[in-house]
Design a protein. Structure first.
Length: 77
């Protein structure tokens, strides 16, 4: 009986406090970025510019070569 009440309490707590989920399931481009359709702009989740936001994809592309230390080639699409 004790384990049953513990399991019930655990289940209730999981329902009351769900685990965090990702902000969106939107697709990312070859740079690990995407357009923010609600707020405008363009931001990156992965890649060399992860965590950064830009006013447009063009602005991001201008910042990309400055940070890359490779051949300067863009990723394949």
């Amino acid at each position: 009986m004790r384990y049953a009440s513990l399991a019930l309490l655990s289940g209730a707590l999981l329902c009351l406090f769900p685990s965090p989920s990702p902000a969106h399931g939107g697709g990312l481009d070859a740079y690990g970025c995407h357009h923010n359709r609600k707020a405008g702009g363009y931001h990156c989740h992965r890649g060399p510019l992860a965590g950064q936001a830009f006013s447009s994809k063009d602005e991001m592309l201008k910042a990309l070569p400055k940070r890359e230390s490779g051949s300067g080639k863009a990723p394949r699409k």
